[in-house]
Ligand binder design. Sequence first.
Ligand code: KIV
Length: 276
Amino acid sequence: MVSAASADARASTEAIRQRKGGDPIVCLTAYTYPIASLLDPHVDLLLVGDSVAMVLHGHATTLGATMDMMILHGQAVMRGARNACVVVDMPAGSYESSAAEALASARRIFEETGCHAVKLEGGTEVADQIAAIVEAGIPVMGHIGLQPQSVEKDGGYKIKGRTDESVRQLLADADAVEKAGAFSVVIEGTMEPVAAEITRRLSIPTIGIGASAACDGQVLVIDDAIGLTVDRVPKFVKEYAELRSAVSTAAMSYAAEVKARAFPAPEHVFQPKDKT
Ligand code: KIV
């Protein structure tokens, strides 16, 4: 099987930027060492998303993510990533107030994880933050459209690009993120015609999630993609496996065998060697 990422070298942020308009860019989230190791041969990008707060830690929104949480999971993913370019999300509260705050947080994530880039949500309002981080030599992935960190402010997960006003804002956000120096941009939860228009007008790759196949690449939350999500799965998700029932069945069989004293069986047990 041909890997999405180069067999010899990590996919650099520059290599990702140059994929604009070329072969679609493959991205999945990862939060742990074993999952990163399993995904790495098949993806260009591994995103340590702040979705980790919901997916692994059970928070109601991504606002539960902290710097320490992102760094811990970033370090775990870096240990499992051999070829993929690893991007770590900046959590809510770590970058919004000023360019100086954003740079300090990005530096901490970059230095303590060894990741290749950071990602932050927003458009025109975070352009100064993106520019400051990029100028300091840390590559940035933007994130426009539906922004989960703004879910409380927006009153829910609202699809973007339904009104002229929303389209104007999306185009302005896309332009601002590119001009600030981002190497790529996630477009989340956005109407197809707008995602297509943004993809046409930007010279950096767009990575879609709920933003149609018109984007230069796609990203999914790994637990959604492998059917481990226990709550509602969004419309834009395709489950490529259904691991919920595999996990339940394994736990049920284990419990039954422990109760019946069928596990451990003789082959799982250490015995003194027979001396005769
Ligand atoms: O946190 C995350 O997983 C993300 C993706 C949904 C793009 O930002």
